[in-house]
Each structure stands twice: as structure tokens, then as C-alpha cells.
Design a binder for this molecule. Structure first.
Ligand SMILES: *Cc1c(COP(=O)(O)O)cnc(C)c1O
Length: 424
């Protein structure tokens, strides 16, 4: 059974002030985890994690991560603005987007972000989008030379995939190998002098060897491109995708183990090959905040038909992963952790969609109306995936601070928010 950072009494206290459902994040655990990651990779000078903003786009959480020098991995206008407003600008932003609109390239350029292209045609498209900014700058000639340009590699059949992100050759992202060589050559020709190389091939991956292999693949490729085109890379970015143990019995990724494996690869393929030092970047979201966020709800109804249902006051608009991917999330009933009386439930929300279930045929302590229920591992791709279908409103986000006090970091939506965009 999962240990929670709060007791039932504490939760009831919180719920008296912020009615369920709400998301709550554990600041202390987020900080300890961030520290652990940073320490694990300290062998690499310039190592940086760019937090994937889409996983938990809340400025208060981003600000906590900034204490550990985490940058922001952004993929949309809103995420760029969030990074800007939390004080991450310049090369503290990695702009990794796809099917990108011109105005987002322009915004990323204006902020001085590292721009990571998703396709070879985006190079000309981006140049067009930033032309006015370059023309208006103090040094139009040198503008390209001072910027870091990066390309996203899709290894296709050279690398196996996994369930969430799919097989690389079926994924819409990134360049083929041949396109990479061509694009870096064209960028060099145009006056770009600073380069990075990126890939993102996994999602929710729990096998450390997969992550280590990804780094090996990029180190070798950087060496090959360097050899062929004479360009030096400043960094390789191995993407996000480190998984978390959603299911009982799964094991969290050991950052030290992954780091040691990558360091060995680095010594062999980078230092050993006489390459200039490379900074290692990653852009994880899930493993940074995922295990440290909880969706707290209350049992609204118990229904006994062909199955036993526990209907919550939360629904898939608060946490879509179970409905979207059949994902497993542990459910804890505070105060009943040690209960020996159990029943098997489908734990549902109130959407008019039968897949609106947080758990299917799950053994839980016997539930009653009013019981608090905690859905674990909701701290990444949880609230962020919220939506308003069926007139459901997005919940509040709370922070359990290091000092034990609770602070609201996003208020719950109201009906006025829901109606605000309508023309009557
Ligand atoms: C979603 C995404 C991430 C973060 O993925 P996690 O599984 O949360 O670590 C990083 N980079 C890109 C490009 C993404 O699309």
C-alpha cells in the first residue's frame, strides 16, 4: 500500500477549505527528487534537465524546479509564455514542438530559446518566421551565429518503441538520418555555428538500458555528423520519457544507474573519440512531478448492479490517463489502509462515457459515501490533460509545502469560467 504524505485528518482539514476534487502536490518530495536527478548527473559539466512543461503547467511548480536549475521544455505558445513568466528565458528554454505555427517560432526566437526543429522543411519556414526579428536586431549578420539550433532525430526502425509513444517509424516526430545530415549542412552554410542534437523515443519507459541506449545512439550520431560536416555539437538531448512505477511491484528508475551507464557511453564515444565535451540534456516531465501529485476525491454514490460501482466526485476530466490508455493508478482510501474488509469496485466518474473509470474491478477497502479517495501518481499528465466535456470543470491545484502548510496554486474553475467564451 502506498504511503501518503498526509493523514485522513489532514486531508479532511484541507477538504474543508478546498472542496474535493482537487490535485495536491508534495513540495518536499518534488525537491528531493529534483536534487537526486541533478546530483546523479553531476559528472557531466553543464548537465541540464528541461522540465516538460506540458506535464504540469503550473508556474508555482516550475518555480520550485528552477531552484535546481531546471529549464523549461516548451511546445506551444502558452508554454513559452509560462516559461517566460517564471523567469526561464534564453537557453533555459528548449522549444521542442511539431507541426509548428510561425508565431511560435517567432516567440521562441524572441525569447532566445534553443529551437529544436521537428522537420527539415521547418528550417526555411522558421527562417521566414524570424526574418523580421533578425532584420530589426542590432546585429542581423551575426544573428544566426549566436543561436543554438537543434534537430530532432527519429531513428525509425533502428529503435524499438513502446505503448504510449508507439514505434519510431510510425511516429510523426523528427527527421530521418539522411535529412539530419542535410539540414545541419544547410544550417552551417547559412551561418549557424552552435548546434545540438535531440531525440525523444520513449514514454513511461522503466528499463534503464533503453535510456542508456538512447544516449549511446545520440553520442555516436553526433560523432558521425561532426566527422562528416565538421560541426561541433554543444549538447545532446536524450528527451524525456523516463517512467514511474504506477503499478505495485514496478521499480522506479534508478537515476544513479542510468547516469553511470550514460557516463560509460560518454567516455567511450565522446571523450574516447576525441570529441569536444558535450553537455547532456534531458526533458523529462513524468518522473519529475508524477509520483508527487495526488488527485483527491470523495465517494459520492455506491451503486450495486451487475457490478459494484464507487462513483466519485472526480471524473476523467481530472485525470484522463486510465480512460485514455487504460493506465493503472493506485487508489488509497485514507483511514482504511489497514481495513481487512474489502470489495471489488469499478471506480467511476460522472461523465456520460462508460470509459470514465479510474479503476476497473479493483479490490479496495469497503467504501461508503463520503469516504476520501486518493488517486496516486497524478502529478504529471494529470490536471494538465483536463477538459470541459460534459460541462465538467477543472479542479483546483494545491501545494503541500515543505513547512506542512497548504497553498492554493490554481483555483478551481467556476461556471462563469465555463460560460466566459460563449456568445448568448
Ligand atoms: C511529452 C514530451 C516530453 C516529456 O515526456 P515525459 O514522459 O513526461 O517525460 C519531453 N519531450 C517531448 C518532446 C515531449 O513531447
Amino acid at each position: 500500500m502506498r504511503r501518503l504524505p498526509f493523514t485522513r485528518e489532514k486531508l479532511e482539514e484541507i477538504a474543508a477549505k478546498w472542496p474535493t476534487p482537487f490535485h495536491i502536490y508534495d513540495e518536499k518530495a518534488i525537491r528531493e527528487n529534483a536534487k537526486r536527478l541533478k546530483k546523479a548527473f553531476s559528472w557531466n559539466k553543464g548537465f541540464r534537465e528541461y522540465f516538460a512543461v506540458k506535464a504540469a503547467p503550473n508556474p508555482q511548480l516550475m518555480t520550485i524546479l528552477k531552484d535546481y536549475d531546471f529549464g523549461s521544455d516548451c511546445s506551444s505558445m502558452a508554454e513559452l509564455v509560462l516559461a517566460e513568466k517564471t523567469g526561464n528565458t534564453g537557453e533555459a528554454i528548449m522549444f521542442t514542438s511539431n507541426d509548428t505555427p510561425a508565431e511560435e517560432f517567432a516567440k521562441a526566437w524572441e525569447l532566445g530559446a534553443i529551437i529544436n526543429l521537428d522537420d527539415i522543411t521547418h528550417w526555411d519556414f522558421m527562417l521566414e518566421a524570424v526574418r523580421p526579428a533578425i532584420a530589426a536586431s542590432a546585429d542581423p549578420e551575426g544573428a544566426l551565429a549566436s543561436r543554438v539550433m537543434c534537430c530532432r532525430y527519429n531513428p525509425g526502425p533502428l529503435k524499438g518503441g513502446n505503448a504510449i509513444i508507439g514505434k519510431p517509424e510510425e511516429a510523426k516526430y523528427g527527421f530521418t538520418r539522411e535529412q539530419l545530415f542535410e539540414c545541419y549542412a544547410r544550417m552551417k552554410e547559412a551561418g549557424v555555428r552552435r548546434f545540438g542534437l535531440h531525440t525523444m523515443v520513449a514514454s513511461n519507459e522503466l528499463d534503464p538500458e533503453y535510456i542508456i541506449d538512447t544516449a549511446r545512439m545520440l553520442f555516436s550520431l553526433a560523432a558521425e555528423i561532426h566527422e562528416k560536416l565538421g560541426i561541433d555539437f554543444e549538447f545532446v538531448n536524450i528527451g524525456g520519457g523516463i517512467g514511474i512505477p504506477y503499478k505495485p511491484g514496478q521499480k522506479a528508475m534508478d537515476f544513479d544507474y542510468v547516469s553511470e551507464g550514460i557516463e560509460r557511453a560518454y567516455k567511450e564515444l565522446v571523450s574516447g573519440a576525441g570529441m569536444k565535451p558535450l553537455r547532456l540534456y534531458m526533458e523529462c516531465g513524468r518522473c519529475i512531478t508524477g509520483p508527487y501529485g495526488y488527485l483527491v476525491a470523495r465517494v459520492r454514490h455506491i451503486k450495486n448492479t451487475y457490478r459494484l460501482y464507487a462513483g466519485l466526485d472526480a471524473c476523467m476530466s481530472n485525470l484522463m490517463r486510465p480512460a485514455l490508455y487504460g493506465a493503472y493508478h493506485e487508489i488509497v482510501v485514507p483511514g482504511k489502509e489497514d481495513s481487512t474488509e474489502t470489495s471489488v469496485y469499478d471506480v467511476t466518474g460522472s461523465l456520460c462515457e462508460n470509459n470514465d473509470k479510474f479503476a476497473i474491478q479493483r479490490m479496495l477497502p469497503v467504501l461508503e459515501r463520503g469516504d476520501l479517495v486518493v488517486i496516486c501518481d497524478a502529478g504529471a499528465h494529470g490536471h494538465a490533460m483536463g477538459f470541459q466535456y460534459n460541462g465538467k470543470l477543472r479542479s483546483a491545484e494545491l501545494l503541500l509545502q515543505t513547512n506542512g502548510e497548504v497553498r492554493e496554486i490554481r483555483r478551481a474553475e467556476t461556471l462563469d469560467d465555463y460560460f466566459a467564451t460563449l456568445k448568448w
